[in-house]
Write a protein that binds this ligand. Structure first.
Ligand SMILES: Nc1ncnc2c1ncn2[C@@H]1O[C@H](COP(=O)(O)OP(=O)(O)OP(=O)(O)O)[C@@H](O)[C@H]1O
Length: 258
């Protein structure tokens, strides 16, 4: 089948070399069906953030093709929600204002002010931060800013969602609570989500497939099917035999390729 007819996100022969001559991504070929969560792990410097930046349209130079349902990913009809590592919130705007700006820029909710306000209220509530609407980002904790960044990404109702280690700064209990909240929200709006994490457990708890980037740019990428764990109740995943087996598989790949 020609790549232009494959549904979902199709990454073909993607290669990124920064101006410094630094090869950030060897050659990436991935076909990711629409409405899935794909977790990405890899050693530091393996190109995880670079992959998200290329899809988000933040890299001027790359070679290869990025298609979503047959159209170039950077087509103006395709909305991409990004949760960057530093949350990317505008410090001079309130929480409400940050989400409002993102919706205006992307044209989400059209020009309908009532619809926009309803959506902002909905996504702030769903992330458990309705009471923070009038606060400024710098007055919030790291965990609260992460929730705002995720609410903002959902509020534009993107087809593609890119999350770069969104829970990295959190303690274990808050992290687990946010993983559950993220999954619930994703079920309400199942975008095609790429979720970078350093945490092997998190990759298994959240991903339908787990993409493992190698340390060497010439080595191949491993993609593990994780449907068995993904289909379980969230609270039952960690204690399951499938979770344990998946951990072993990932450790093996890490020993071979990291
Ligand atoms: N703006 C840049 N200019 C030059 N080289 C860069 C730039 N950004 C990243 N790199 C290099 O590209 C490679 C991949 O970086 P990237 O940030 O994508 O890795 P990563 O897997 O996300 O790492 P980490 O887990 O540490 O966040 C690294 O060798 C990095 O030094």
């Amino acid at each position: 089948m020609s790549s232009s007819r494959i549904s979902g996100l199709c990454i073909q022969e993607l290669q990124v070399e920064y101006k410094s001559g630094q090869v950030a991504l060897g050659q990436v070929n991935l076909t990711l069906p629409e409405h899935g969560i794909y977790t990405i792990i890899g050693p530091s410097g393996s190109g995880k953030s670079t992959l998200l930046r290329a899809i988000a349209g933040l890299l001027p130079n790359y070679t290869g093709e990025l298609l979503f349902n047959g159209k170039p990913v950077h087509d103006k009809d395709i909305l991409v929600g990004l949760v960057p590592q530093n949350y990317g919130l505008l410090p001079w705007k309130t929480v409400h204002g940050n989400i409002q700006v993102a919706m205006k820029i992307t044209g989400a909710a059209g020009g309908d002010k009532a619809e926009r306000e309803a959506r902002i209220t909905h996504w702030l509530s769903s992330m458990g931060i309705a009471d923070l609407a009038d606060r400024y980002p710098l007055s919030l904790s790291g965990g609260q800013q992460q929730r705002v960044a995720i609410a903002r990404a959902f509020a534009i109702l993107p087809q593609i969602m890119l999350l770069d280690e969104p829970f990295s700064a959190l303690d274990a209990v808050t992290r687990e609570a946010l993983q559950q909240i993220f999954l619930d929200n994703w079920l309400a709006h199942p975008a095609t989500a790429l979720f970078v994490t350093h945490d092997v457990d998190e990759a298994i708890l959240l991903g339908q497939r787990i993409i493992i980037l190698p340390a060497g740019k010439a080595d191949s990428i491993e993609v593990l099917d994780n449907a068995a764990v993904f289909g379980m109740k969230h609270e039952e995943k960690r204690g399951s035999n499938e979770f344990f087996e998946q951990t072993k598989r990932i450790r093996k790949v890490m020993q071979e390729k990291w």
